[in-house]
Design a protein around this ligand. Sequence first.
Ligand SMILES: Cc1cc2nc3c(=O)[nH]c(=O)nc-3n(C[C@H](O)[C@H](O)[C@H](O)COP(=O)(O)O)c2cc1C
Length: 264
Amino acid sequence: MDYIKAIEIRRSVRTYNPDKSLSDKEISTIQEAIDSAWSPFGGDVAVKLHRFDLEGKQTPSTYGSVSGASWYMLVGFAEDRDSALSAGFKQAQVALKIFSMGLGTNWMTDTFRGGVFKQAAGFPDSTPLRVIMPVGYPAEKPRLMEKLTHKMLGSASRKPFDSMFFSGDFEHPVATGSPFYKPLEYMHSAPSAYNKQPWRALVKGNKIYFYQEPGQESLIGMGIGLAQFYFSLLQLGHTGNWGDTSDAPAHKGWEPITSFSISD
Ligand SMILES: Cc1cc2nc3c(=O)[nH]c(=O)nc-3n(C[C@H](O)[C@H](O)[C@H](O)COP(=O)(O)O)c2cc1C
């Protein structure tokens, strides 16, 4: 799969075409992507692909943020840090697959009414439902509500790259020639709750340390950003290994989450 192309076309889709439903083939491709998604962080994640009847009693209810979608991925995960990171890392792979198929999706943690989704998910208490992701064909024109949400969240823009990613110490930017530069650009464009971009990174030689603003939504966002970093890095011809943060330099107010050493 061309991850980089998918990253470049990805955006949060909130208005779907209700007249163009997913084919059986598309549904099985998405299910395969869910089943084969991988994470280096372990933990416990549950995902269910479910169709709601838009005409019937089970019409999914969100706070005005989604229209026209009948298929949803329901995502549950355990309370611990690794599970939240893995939920982001794994579902980011699925989301990118969905965009590569010409479809759209979005991550929703706040703007859905739990009941109908919780019932459909039927997850055990150990992995409660925390995220819903509609899937479908994007409508040709977003609704006014989508345009307003996009504007209100400042979704079209990102914090300056050099205020998030550093090299050597927390004063100097990452050089454009660094093998980490492009993968960090792809992390920079990842989705995050309220577009908060809860990622910081420090390059030290062939190793990079990742930091997050404490919070569970940040951890999911961190997982998503790390997936966009990692899969673009592989596609650019590099390899490496995930590592711990025992030797991570301190960064005030930010928590070291993981590290990655590039091997070529
Ligand atoms: C963990 C997570 C939770 C999110 N929750 C919501 C949500 O509840 N409602 C919503 O409309 N968008 C939600 N979003 C989408 C973000 O607002 C969006 O990713 C961000 O504004 C950047 O816009 P973009 O995805 O179009 O690049 C969420 C995204 C993430 C990663």
